[in-house]
Design a protein around this ligand. Structure first.
Ligand SMILES: Nc1nc2c(c(=O)[nH]1)N[C@H]1C(S)=C(S)[C@@H](COP(=O)(O)OP(=O)(O)OC[C@H]3O[C@@H](n4cnc5c(N)ncnc54)[C@H](O)[C@@H]3O)O[C@H]1N2
Ligand code: MOO
Ligand SMILES: [Mg+2]
Length: 454
């Protein structure tokens, strides 16, 4: 096997996580919008602002089963001094009265029915008693009613034309109810991003294969399929690639014809067969390397001792966004734009692959589904560290943790098996504690930022 690493193997400069996220999100625009039946819209991101197609409620609506009355006719009604009105009609939900309430009259009305003209209140059945006088139906009211009582006015919830949901909103069950109400049988939503997964590494066996000496089953691919589906995307899984840069480049090019994002796993570090590192280095070499931005460090002005080289564009228009990030796990994570598509080269180490997806892959998928750039970033909370994490690091560290609440305080309890190469903590992870770069980690009881995982 030809060794891939030559000049420049170690010459990679870490940028801060926030800058790496900025570069990815700056490189992406919201994707295509498609129309789906309302029944399939839950969980999708709305493709355009939708407004109320009428006032809601569209008629004065009875809040309960009772009698529609003129409140003025009920003044003084009490159990020992009932007011008697003539019942001149009966209105079920879905019906409309064919006459108005006149002084001294009432109509029996059901919950959700349109309150007739002339009435301004509804008295519940329990506070009334039926009576009759000859041919006449009467009702005795044992309570008075204030104007507007149990009669919901037209348009209290929505005026026609007012906003029901903005573009980019994640449609929840409540939105489905509103959109049904306003007659949106079909809903414009952002297309699900298609995300190609290209695993690299000759040591990888398919999941069904028996283990062979020195080899392992490909676990990153299945994990990424699950993460992509969870993030609302369509995973396009490619068979395992060998460490040949031409073949991997060809696979990336082919994948980019269909996919919106290409994820590779493995081969991003400094090893002899690290094919993605070689591909990224190629873009860098073709564009004259870092020299161009030597004079232009840290455009972001962020604190931190990492240098912030600007992104690099080669002659084919491929943009190397970064080839190292000041983070652990996953520092060799790299990203480029190829034909306008995001190529995110995730580490092969399972936990680094997971963290890289959460920090960069999921935000990119959100952005493609119409989420604003800032809102596409991972959701953060704060928590008290349950136990100390005393390992310092030159890079910010993302520690897999359980989150729980005790006496109104949220705690983060770091999980065992937190190394980049380890998987045992992944299923239990509720969040990623952000331990700032520094010599001594963080002490028990310290307030820490935590990225919340889905
Ligand atoms: N001399 C150095 N060695 C390493 C460095 C370094 O700076 N200097 N960085 C380390 C760090 S940090 C990381 S993270 C890893 C990155 O590794 P790669 O992205 O190059 O991944 P591979 O070399 O292909 O594999 C690493 C590891 O992960 C396993 N792997 C790969 N793909 C899969 C998969 N699809 N499913 C499950 N497991 C997978 C692979 O077998 C290896 O065990 O590099 C460090 N080294
Ligand atoms: O950056 Mo790596 O994932 O620590 O082993
Ligand atoms: Mg490697």
């Amino acid at each position: 096997m030809e060794q891939l690493q030559g000049e420049g193997r170690f010459n990679r400069r870490a940028i801060l996580v926030a800058e790496a996220q900025r570069r990815i999100l700056e490189g992406l625009e919201a994707g295509k919008v498609e129309v789906v039946p309302l029944a399939q819209a839950r969980g999708r991101l709305l493709g355009k602002r939708l407004t109320a197609t009428c006032d809601w409620p569209p008629f004065v609506r009875s809040g309960l089963d009772g009698y529609a009355v003129r409140s003025i006719d009920t003044v003084g009604a009490a159990p020992d001094a009932p007011v008697t009105l003539e019942v001149i009609g009966h209105i079920a939900a879905g019906e409309v009265a064919n006459e108005a309430i006149r002084p001294g009259t009432a109509m029996r009305i059901m919950t959700g029915a349109a309150v007739p003209e002339g009435a301004d209140a509804v008295i519940m059945l329990e506070q009334t008693q039926e009576a009759s006088e000859g041919e006449h139906h009467l009702v005795k009211l044992k309570r008075d009613a204030g104007a507007g009582q149990n009669a919901t006015p037209i348009g209290v919830e929505y005026k026609a034309g007012s906003v029901v949901a903005e573009a980019g909103t994640v449609l929840r069950s409540g939105h489905i109810a509103l959109l049904a109400t306003f007659g949106y049988a079909e809903v414009p939503v952002y297309a699900k991003p298609k995300v190609a997964i290209l695993p690299t590494g000759l040591e990888l066996l398919p999941v069904h294969a028996p283990l062979r000496p020195g080899q392992i089953r490909d676990s990153n691919s299945g994990m990424l399929v699950a993460l992509i589906e969870e993030a609302g995307g369509i995973p396009l899984l490619h068979p395992r690639l060998c460490d040949d840069p031409q073949m991997v480049m060809q696979a990336i090019t082919e994948a980019s014809e269909e996919a919106d994002i290409i994820l590779t796993t493995g081969g991003v570090s400094v090893g002899d067969y690290d094919v993605m590192a070689a591909i990224m280095r190629d873009i860098r070499a073709r564009s004259g390397g870092y020299k161009a931005d030597e004079a232009n460090l840290s455009r972001t002005g962020q604190a931190g001792n990492e240098q912030e080289p600007t992104q690099i564009t080669d002659r084919e228009g491929n943009v190397l966004l970064f080839d190292k990030v000041a983070m652990r796990p996953g520092s060799p994570t790299s990203a480029a734009l190829m034909n306008g598509k995001l190529l995110l080269a995730l580490s092969g180490n399972p936990a680094a692959c997971f963290v890289g997806f959460e920090l960069f892959g999921r935000p990119a998928m959100k952005r493609l589904q119409g989420t604003e750039r800032i809102a596409s970033l991972p959701r953060q909370t704060t928590a008290r560290l349950k136990s100390g994490f005393d390992k310092g690091s030159p890079h910010e560290r993302f520690v897999r943790t359980r989150l729980y609440v005790e006496e109104a305080q949220q705690f983060a309890d770091p999980l065992a098996f937190n190394k980049s190469s380890m998987m045992a903590s992944l299923p239990e992870s509720d969040g990623l504690i952000r331990i700032p770069a520094g010599p001594c980690g963080a002490e028990a009881g310290a307030l820490v930022d935590v990225i919340v995982l889905n």
